[in-house]
Write a protein that binds this ligand. Structure first.
Ligand code: ATP
Length: 328
């Protein structure tokens, strides 16, 4: 495994930023760490890169423990922090040369390494410009160039497209994709479409916990079917519920106002053929019958809503306990 994280916890005083997260990343994977603001993504990345100590848990990069092999790990990885510390008065070239020295790349190899990174990040015509005079998109490219300079096995990119305009976002995504064949990439984002565009796999972190870890196609897969009728028909819900494999039938609203139902199944089976046969037998005025494919956005919203409900319930329980204590 390129990354192994087991039961990782981290608190900042009373704030429990990571509440026991576990995940693995295999060599060559592009994995998106997705979560709302404050979910714990940056904290996890800072621990992986050795900039922050974990409270508890096991964290290994390329088989090495972050607690005991910080330097070796840092030599193997490239890191684009959330706020890349760039030096505004330095030219792009001087900055990358400084980074090459810090990375202990032998001087005779500087030209080779620099030109590779500069070419990959599209910086060739900006080399002599001071970093402070670059647009945000180009500064982000400088950050990426320093992260890939020493050809690391692992790239950790914290919100690489934040604050960029749509064209720059597309360029940075393409750059990440171009880098992919040589590296394992873990990058964070709170933009669902971005993760969908770039990653093979997504790990959803909400409130310091891993709430989903799956390939994108697996996450969106569902056995649900959606049935839309031309007109209101009696007994539909009941009849659907009696079908083998159906666990729940939920009336839903569709844009044109026709009667519609989402039919949940227990297995990964396709329920549509059975629903089709039933509808023909019963002479239902079927307008549409399809398998329901969830977008990552639906999954994410479902998870986020479930979490906020859980939190509200926790708060109620805590309040009740406090009241009971006060009364006794
Ligand atoms: P964002 O997308 O906003 O960057 P994130 O998922 O990266 O969020 P973190 O930055 O890891 O989340 O923050 C997790 C939690 O820890 C948040 O509640 C945050 O306020 C808190 N936190 C982060 N860094 C510190 C710190 N240095 N001191 C105190 N609290 C912190």
């Amino acid at each position: 495994m390129m990354i192994e994280v087991v039961d990782l916890t981290k608190s900042y005083g009373p704030i429990r930023a990571l509440r026991g997260i576990s995940f693995n990343v295999a060599p060559g994977e592009i994995v998106g760490l997705l979560g709302p603001n404050g979910a714990g993504k940056s904290t996890a990345m800072k621990i992986l890169t050795g900039y922050l100590q974990p409270d508890d848990g096991i964290v290994k990069v390329d088989g090495l423990d972050v607690l005991t092999h910080r330097r070796e790990i840092q030599a193997r990885l490239g890191y684009l922090p959330e706020n890349a510390p760039l030096y505004p008065e330095m030219t792009v070239q001087a900055y990358l040369l400084m980074m090459a020295n810090l990375r202990e790349i032998p001087p005779e190899e500087h030209l080779l390494y620099l030109s590779r990174a500069v070419y990959a990040s599209g910086l060739a015509d900006r080399l002599t410009q001071p970093i402070g005079q670059l647009s945000k998109g180009f500064r982000q490219r400088v950050g990426l160039a320093q992260a890939i300079l020493h050809q690391p096995k692992l790239l950790i990119l914290d919100e690489p497209t934040i604050g960029l305009d749509p064209t720059q976002i597309v360029e940075v995504r393409q750059l990440i994709r171009r880098l992919a064949p040589q590296s394992t990439i873990l990058f964070s984002s709170h933009i669902l479409s971005e993760v969908e565009a770039v990653c093979d796999r997504v790990i959803i972190i909400i409130n310091g916990q891993v709430k989903a870890d799956a390939r994108l196609d697996e996450l969106a897969a569902t056995s649900d079917a959606v049935l839309v009728l031309q007109a209101k028909t009696d007994g539909v819900e009941q009849a659907l519920k009696s079908l083998a494999g159906v666990t729940e039938v939920e009336p839903i609203s569709v844009p044109d106002g026709h009667p519609a139902y989402r039919v949940h199944g227990a297995e990964e089976d396709n329920l549509c053929p059975a629903i089709y046969n039933l509808a023909r037998r019963e002479n239902w005025p079927v307008r549409e019958l399809r398998r329901d494919v969830r977008t990552l956005e639906t999954v994410f919203n479902e998870l986020a809503t479930a979490i906020s409900n859980e939190e509200i319930e926790e708060e109620i329980v805590e309040e009740e306990m406090a009241m009971e204590e006060a009364q006794s």
